[in-house]
Structure formats: structure tokens, C-alpha cells
Design a protein around this ligand. Structure first.
Ligand code: COA
Ligand code: AMP
Length: 631
């Protein structure tokens, strides 16, 4: 069936469409209703059904004879190790870990927070939670103790699972002290921590509270899969909101499992037994969906890569992994390809490798610039697919669906809406705009299975953040347009979210940290264009009157403060001290205009600007630090 037929059917008859897709999952009990639309704007998929996600991801494959197939390949250039875990071995380890959690009192519905590097144990811990119906929440290792503490207080986990350290190419990041500090800072105190002791930097265990992973595993009684409701939560994943308080995106079991297998087949064109590699991190949604759940639910082999696209050891790292593990499809962020291109523009290193089985490259997480797309197409000679999605949806909203029918590529566009997503471009009044005109990218409800069902413990914030702008529609937070052929172009965010190396950050969150410095009167953070990372946060601060400080020392304090309070992942390195910030007459800081200045772009003088002379001062200050090409 062609793309258009399938797409039309998915919108005309969502219940029929997704019921058919649900045949890819083993259910303990069938649903009463495919789509429960009795309580809008809350929609629930597969109401009444029961299943276990871990059973579907592991046990059923072992039963079907895939026990000896590699389920997971760990490739870690930063430690110089590689390991292969078969489905049978994974079943054994996950069952043991689930048993260990149970012996610590973790039961269905309890939360478990994971703070782990890219090691198989991260996957084992996630699946171990799913096995007993506990709800995991993975926090990316590049976040600070304070960010971890915020998540602890929101999710209120019974148990934490952490690696003793993460390994970056240039340093070891001791996670254990960060974990201890986070628990100190949090009001909620988890009962236990299970610590994976890594030889590079073991952590100091606190008696009575902390357990060693290997000992816990050795003593554990394997636990069986617990049947849960399709609508029960599988995980919480925190993502940047427009305030310092992150949003806990909740994903359910049933809809998620269906969306994962369906999308891996139809969007990525994968088949059971093939090797899929998402070069991301388990701390991000890409990691949840396409390192862990989708490949295992479909019976593929997944690669867990603990390294970077460059520097571990060189810009040929991705080609080596593809060759060595016979990867069929790679998924990464455009930044990774920009990094490779910068180091090896003629792709000389690629000539050393045979990418025999490699079929396609998928890019997402940030806007894919046509240069990077075309370079990747040229050097790889396989389809390069830009696709658009977000933490909240959990899988692609728009893509060129290789598993359905490849459509012609238009560089700069993630192609057309994926079956299940009714994408509309609306103006501020909620009216559809003409093809080619920019508006808010919105999704008509109901969202397909696998998308967020709410924000953890906060239905009201879920409705207010996503569903209240235009009743009946979900607000993606992105602005863009659709052309005459239905191709979607995602141009920018309409909120204060910026995208740094495919990582999502709130400039408001960084501003709150800068404003907490005793010498800062007011500040603004903008996402300035960066050739490698897409955007980088740039801080502009006004000092309190009378403050006389050495500027370099103060700037370093501010950089350190953001690193300490948000984490290295913010990549916050640039601050400029200015006399005043440009504002509207009503006092709103003109961040968009400052971004245009920083990026050297033309801008219209805002009609409501209070004092246009300030823009000249900002131009000068930014030029002095290498931004804002002189005009
Ligand atoms: N634990 C602790 N610290 C971490 C970390 C982790 N898991 N991951 C990153 N960091 C740190 C880095 O060490 C770096 O710290 P530094 O300021 O001391 O150098 C900082 O966070 C920023 O990291 P990163 O964004 O990875 O930048 P980089 O300069 O080290 O590497 C790239 C640049 C392009 C190679 C890298 O951004 C990359 O691989 N991008 C691919 C994009 C991607 O995977 N996106 C995920 C979403 S799909
Ligand atoms: P995250 O939730 O971290 O995955 O970030 C999601 C956001 O990244 C989206 O809302 C977009 O702003 C941006 N994004 C993701 N993929 C794309 C893409 N293919 N093109 C443009 N922007 C993208």
C-alpha cells in the first residue's frame, strides 16, 4: 500500500488502523476499546487491554527461537571494550535486575530514577522496571546534581540506579558524588541506590542505603513479567519546559509498544534480525525509543555506543561501527554529521570501511541544514532522511517513510506527516494558513498511540502547555509551513527552547540561574547560531549599579554557575556584559532582535521598541566577542 492510501486511512479510521498495527504486539488481554475518546482532551489507546512491555521486548523473542541472536551490542571506544548480549542473556539479566528491584520493595507503579552512562546496564535497568510494572525515569548524565534533584522531587522514586561514573573523551565524570549531592538537595529521599561500580572511578557507597549492582544481581531471584494495563505508565522522561521546572512526559505501555514496532518497520524500514543503531544516549527520547524499546520490541539487534562521532578516536568512528556490527540503519543528530564533516570534509576515512549492509541514515533532533544533508547523501550513497519529532511525541511526526514508500526528498523538509499525525499549520487566531505561509505547527487530536498521555502528576500543566492554545489541537511549539505538496518545513520554536547539538534547553532556565548571581541585575539568554552545534546559548547580563568587578572573573563565575546548576550539557560558555538590554515600551526584552543581531541577520526595528539606540550598543558588544558581523 502506498504512502497516501495508508496515511488517509490512518486519519479516516484511526481505530481500525491502530488495531491492525497492534497485532505486532502480544497482549495478555485484548482491549475493550481501541481509542477511548470519552474524556477529551485526554485520549487513551487500547483501554482495557493488558500486556507486559518487557515480555514483548525480550521473552517472546526467546520463546520464538531468537535466544541466541544478539539483542544488544555494547561498543565503547572510551573504555576500549565491546560486548555482545544475546536475547537469552538479556532475559536472564533483566529478570535478575527486576528481582533485585523487587527485593528492595519496588512494586508496580513505583518510580525508579536512572542516572547512567551508555552501558548495557542502563538498558537492563529500564527493562527491569518495565518487567515489574515500575515506572522508570532516566536522567541524562550531563545534567547537574540540582537538575537531578528537581527530578527526584517530582518523580519521588523509591530507588535510584546509577553508574559510578561516566566517561567523556577528555575526562571521567564521577556520577556518584553528583547523585549523593542531588539526594542531599532533594526533599524526597529515595530508600536505596543501586550503584554500578565502574573500574575507572568506583563510588563510595553509603551503608544501609547503597548497594553494589553486581552483588544485588548475584543475590537476586529472577522476577517474572507482571501484566499491566495498556494505559499504565511505562516511563517518565523529563524535558525542558519554558520555566526552570522540567516537564515529566508520561508514556504508557500499550500505545507505546504499538507505535514503537510499527514505526521501526514503516518509518525506518527495519525487519526483525537486522541491526539498528541510534547514536544517541539513553537519557534522551531517541535513546528510549530507538536504542531500547523499538529495536527490541521488533526483534532487532541494537547498538549501545559509548563514544562520540569524532575524537574516539577519529572521524571514522561511525563507519567502523557500521562495518563491524553490520548496521542496516543509523539514526543520529545532524550535529554528529557536521562534526564528522568538519574533521574529514572529503570523507577520506570512509574509504577504509565497507558499509556493505548499510541502507539508510536518519537524522533528527534539530533542523537539518541542506548542506549537511547533501554531504551525507554524497558520501554515503544511501537515502538520508530528515525526520521531525520531539520528546512529547516519542516518534516521528513527519518523515520520509522508507518502510512504506520513499517519496522524493526536498532538502530542508522532513517530508510529509507520518500516518497517524494530522499536522496543521494555523495562525494566531487558529485559522489554517495558505501553503507556504508560516504558522504554528499543530497536531489535530487525537494524537496517535505512543505520544505523551500527560505530564507526571500534572494534568493541568499538560492541558495548559499543549492543548489550550487551540482547542482540539496539540501545540508542538514549532513554527513552520507546509508547501503545496504537503511537505512540512520546520523553521523555529515559538517559545524559549533552543536546540544545542540536538539537545533541548530552555533559555529561561539558564536566565534564572544567571539572575541568581548576586551581581546580576537582569539578563537575557539567546540561542546564537553555531556552525557545529546548530545553536549555542549566549548570555547578555546587566550588572547591578555600583558593582565593580573584573569582567573576566565575573564571566567565569557565571559560566561555572550554569555548569553547576544545569550541567555541562548546556554548553554555556559565552557571556557578555552590557549596560542595558533592549526592551519594548511595556518592558519585554527583545530577545529575537538580539538573536538576529548576533547571527548577523537583517531585522526589522520593532515598532514598540523603547530606545533603539540600545541595539547599537548590543551590536558593538557582540562584535567584540566575535558575533554579529558588522553592518
Ligand atoms: N555525562 C557527562 N557529561 C557529558 C555527557 C554525559 N553523558 N555528555 C556530554 N557531556 C558533557 C561533555 O563532556 C561536554 O563537556 P565540556 O563542556 O567539559 O566539554 C558538554 O557536556 C557538552 O557535550 P556535547 O554536546 O557532547 O559536546 P562536545 O563538544 O563534547 O561534542 C559533538 C560535540 C558534536 C561531538 C557532540 O555534541 C555529539 O556527538 N553530538 C551528537 C548529537 C547527539 O547525539 N544528540 C542526541 C540527540 S539525538
Ligand atoms: P527534543 O524533544 O529534544 O527531541 O526536541 C524536539 C525539538 O527539536 C522539536 O520540537 C524541534 O524544535 C526540533 N527538531 C527535532 N527534529 C527536527 C527536524 N527534523 N527539523 C527541525 N527541527 C527539529
Amino acid at each position: 500500500m502506498g504512502y497516501q492510501t495508508l496515511y488517509d486511512r490512518s486519519l479516516r479510521d484511526p481505530a481500525g488502523f491502530w488495531a491492525e498495527a497492534a497485532e505486532l504486539i502480544d497482549w495478555d488481554r485484548p482491549w475493550d476499546r481501541v481509542l477511548d475518546d470519552s474524556n477529551p482532551p485526554f485520549y487513551r489507546w487500547f483501554k482495557g487491554a493488558r500486556l507486559n512491555t518487557c515480555y514483548n521486548a525480550i521473552d517472546r523473542h526467546v520463546r520464538a527461537g531468537r535466544g541466541d541472536q544478539p539483542a544488544l551490542i555494547h561498543d565503547s571506544p572510551v573504555t576500549g571494550t565491546k560486548a555482545v548480549i544475546t536475547y537469552a542473556e538479556l532475559q536472564d539479566q533483566v529478570a535478575r535486575f527486576a528481582g533485585a528491584l523487587r527485593s528492595l520493595g519496588v512494586a508496580k507503579g513505583d518510580r525508579v530514577i536512572l542516572y547512567m552512562p551508555m552501558v548495557p546496564e542502563a538498558v537492563i535497568a529500564m527493562l527491569g522496571c518495565a518487567r515489574i510494572g515500575a515506572i522508570h525515569s532516566v536522567v541524562f548524565g550531563g545534567f547537574s546534581a540540582r537538575e537531578l534533584a528537581t527530578r527526584i522531587d517530582d518523580a519521588k522514586p523509591r530507588v535510584m540506579v546509577a553508574g559510578s561514573c561516566g566517561i567523556e573523551p577528555n575526562r571521567i565524570v564521577p556520577y556518584k558524588p553528583l547523585l549523593d549531592s542531588a539526594i542531599d538537595q532533594a526533599a524526597h529521599k529515595p530508600e536505596h541506590c543501586v550503584i554500578l561500580q565502574r573500574p575507572q572511578e568506583p563510588g563510595v557507597l553509603i551503608e544501609g542505603r547503597d548497594l553494589n549492582w553486581s552483588q544485588a544481581m548475584a543475590e537476586a531471584e529472577p522476577a517474572d513479567c507482571v501484566s499491566v494495563e495498556a494505559t499504565d505508565p511505562l516511563y517518565i522522561l523529563y524535558t525542558s519546559g519554558t520555566t526552570g521546572q522540567p516537564k515529566g512526559v508520561v508514556r504508557d505501555h500499550g500505545g507505546h509498544a504499538v507505535a514503537m514496532v510499527w514505526s521501526l518497520r514503516h518509518v525506518y524500514g527495519m525487519a526483525p534480525g537486522e541491526v539498528f543503531w541510534a547514536a544517541s544516549d539513553v537519557g534522551w527520547v531517541v535513546g528510549h525509543s530507538y536504542i531500547v524499546y523499538a529495536p527490541l520490541l521488533l526483534g532487532c539487534t541494537t547498538v549501545v555506543y559509548e563514544g562520540k562521532p569524532v575524537g574516539t578516536p577519529d572521524a571514522g568512528a561511525f563507519w567502523r561501527v557500521i562495518q563491524e556490527h553490520q548496521v542496516a540503519v543509523l539514526f543520529t543528530a545532524p550535529t554528529a554529521f557536521r562534526a564528522i564533516k568538519r574533521e574529514d570534509p572529503r570523507a577520506e576515512l570512509l574509504k577504509r570501511y565497507d558499509l556493505g549492509r548499510f541502507r539508510a541514515l536518519f537524522l533528527a533532533g534539530e533542523r537539518c541544514d541542506p548542506d549537511t544533508l547533501e554531504w551525507a547523501q554524497r558520501i554515503l550513497g544511501v537515502p538520508v532522511i530528515d525526520h521531525w519529532w520531539q520528546t512529547e511525541t516519542g516518534w516521528a511526526i513527519a518523515a520520509n517513510c522508507l518502510g512504506i514508500e520513499p517519496l522524493p526528498v526536498k532538502p530542508g523538509s522532513p517530508t510529509r506527516a507520518v500516518p497517524g499525525y494530522d499536522v496543521r499549520v494555523l495562525d494566531d487566531a487558529g485559522e489554517p494558513v495558505k501553503p507556504g505561509d508560516i504558522g504554528r505547527l499543530m497536531l489535530k487530536l487525537p494524537l496517535p498511540p505512543g505520544c505523551l498521555t500527560t505530564l507526571w502528576g500534572n494534568d493541568a500543566r499538560f492541558v495548559q502547555s499543549y492543548l489550550s492554545t487551540q482547542p482540539g489541537y496539540y501545540l508542538t511549539g514549532d513554527a513552520g509551513y507546509m508547501d503545496e505538496d504537503g511537505y512540512i518545513f520546520v523553521m523555529s520554536r515559538i517559545d524559549d527552547i533552543i536546540n544545542v547539538a540536538g539537545h533541548r534547553l530552555s533559555t529561561g532556565g539558564i536566565e534564572a540561574v544567571l539572575a541568581s548571581h548576586p551581581d546580576v541585575a537582569e539578563c537575557a539568554v539567546i540561542g546564537a547560531a553555531d556552525q557545529l552545534k546548530g545553536e549555542l546559548p549566549l548570555g547578555l547580563v546587566v550588572l547591578k549599579s555600583g558593582v565593580k568587578r573584573d569582567p573576566q572573573t565575573l564571566i567565569q563565575e557565571l559560566v561555572d554557575l550554569v555548569r553547576d546548576q544545569i550541567g555541562p550539557v548546556a554548553a554555556f560558555k559565552t557571556v557578555v556584559i552590557v549596560e542595558r538590554l533592549p526592551k519594548t515600551r511595556s518592558g519585554k526584552i527583545l530577545r529575537g532582535t538580539m538573536k538576529a543581531i548576533a547571527d548577523g541577520k537583517d531585522y526589522k526595528l520593532p515598532a514598540t521598541i523603547d530606545d533603539p539606540a540600545i541595539l547599537g550598543e548590543i551590536q558593538q558588544a557582540l562584535e567584540a566577542i566575535g558575533y554579529a558581523k558588522p553592518r
